[in-house]
Write a protein that binds this ligand. Structure first.
Ligand code: BGC
Length: 369
């Protein structure tokens, strides 16, 4: 049991050195209830979140590693554990898009497509870190300047990601960005959650609710077809809390193509930070996670590519032993004019906010502190 304290704290510890010798750090944010979030400035990654269960026992609820080496080693290095994803989260078909009449090419790293910003995305960059003060105490602000032409994207992009923790166990992530040329942008966080504790065998017994009436169906390379379909009558209908494993192996084409859930859900209240975008409940521990966002979409991914080869905090990371809830713009939006735009112009500031709030469920879906 972690002793309580009266105000938030933030401290900094060495975390390791990158292959090119840059020193990186891990920052620990703690609130008065003892919830603790660790973030490294290598890829802006959340490395650990300690949250209480129904008996007040704290466990790590995200997959991660104790030091930088864990993130650099293969195959963990390609799973984006806890990372900030940019410049374009999720997929770009054939690694290309056209903007203002010019065609851009981004390195492909996922079959014929680009995934999560190319081969050198924001997840592998060393971010500048500084402490900032907020009404709930110190917060961590990370900054990265992505130069014009990096991975083929146009414009110098100034990106800022701020992590703060409130007294009600909400981890708030505020993203902002500016550019000096028209560019495309999609930022998210790639934490893998298991509310029973990192290293627990499966997330298939956990319940999920998604605030989405529609989703974007994909082709065999996980690029949206461009259609926006209703979830009604499909195994992607999570408008009521449903056990994740109850339909995951159904004979439904979208589940076969994605090897499970790996889909972008179209949020029914885009831009509304008060709406619940997602709720996950683990009946064993009583932990619950509520997700709020200003983004229009959320990628629900059930760890279908985890295969037991990675050993991190809590144990071995097996097939479907964690889930991601990546708040985002829709995949491949730069090539899909019917999707909300991801273009950022000079003079504009991009802003988005996502809150991951840790709660306790007392046997029903009425979750409370
Ligand atoms: C994607 C998965 C991918 C994973 C990589 C997710 O955002 O949707 O298809 O395998 O990232 O870790």
């Amino acid at each position: 049991m972690i002793p309580a304290q009266t105000t938030n704290t933030l401290n900094k510890q060495p975390f390791g050195k990158t292959a090119d010798g840059q020193e990186v750090y891990v920052y620990t944010l703690r609130n008065s209830s003892g919830v603790q979030v660790k973030i490294t400035n290598f890829g802006g990654r959340i490395t650990s979140i300690l949250a209480p269960d129904k008996n007040g026992k704290f466990d790590d609820v995200v997959l991660g590693f104790e030091s930088l080496d864990g993130y650099l080693a293969k195959p963990a290095s390609s799973a984006y554990f806890g990372a900030v994803i940019g410049r374009y989260a999720n997929r770009l078909a054939h690694g290309t898009f056209t903007l203002d009449g010019k065609t851009y090419h981004i390195p492909t790293n996922d079959g014929p497509n680009t995934l999560h910003g190319g081969t050198q995305g924001f997840d592998s960059k060393v971010w500048d870190a500084r402490e900032v003060s907020t009404p709930s105490g110190p917060a961590l602000e990370l900054h990265y300047l992505s130069p014009d032409g990096q991975e083929g994207f146009p414009g110098n992009l100034n990106a800022t990601v701020r992590y703060s923790l409130d007294s009600k166990n909400g981890l708030r992530i505020d993203y902002s960005a500016t550019t000096d040329k028209d560019t495309v942008l999609n930022l998210t966080n790639h934490s893998y959650f298991n509310l029973e504790g990192a290293g627990s065998e499966t997330i298939l017994n956990e319940y999920i609710m998604l605030g989405a009436d529609q989703y974007t169906p994909v082709d065999g390379t996980l690029i949206p077809t461009g259609k926006i379909d209703s979830v009604a009558g499909t195994p992607l209908d999570f408008r009521k809390p449903t056990v994740i494993g109850s339909r995951i192996n159904d004979n439904f084409e979208q589940l076969k193509l994605a090897k499970g859930y790996d889909h972008n859900f179209v949020l029914s209240h885009p831009g509304d930070l008060t709406a619940v975008a997602a709720l996950v409940v683990d009946p064993t521990s009583g932990r619950a996670l509520e997700v709020h966002t200003t983004q229009p979409g959320i990628q629900f991914y059930t760890g279908n590519f985890l295969n037991g080869e990675v050993h991190g905090i809590g144990g071995v990371y097996r097939y479907r032993s964690a889930l991601c809830l990546e708040t985002q713009h829709f995949p491949n939006s730069p090539n899909q004019s019917n999707f909300p735009t991801t273009v950022l112009h000079p003079g504009e500031t991009f802003h988005s906010t996502t809150i991951y709030r840790f709660l306790i469920s007392h046997g029903s879906f009425a979750v409370a502190q």
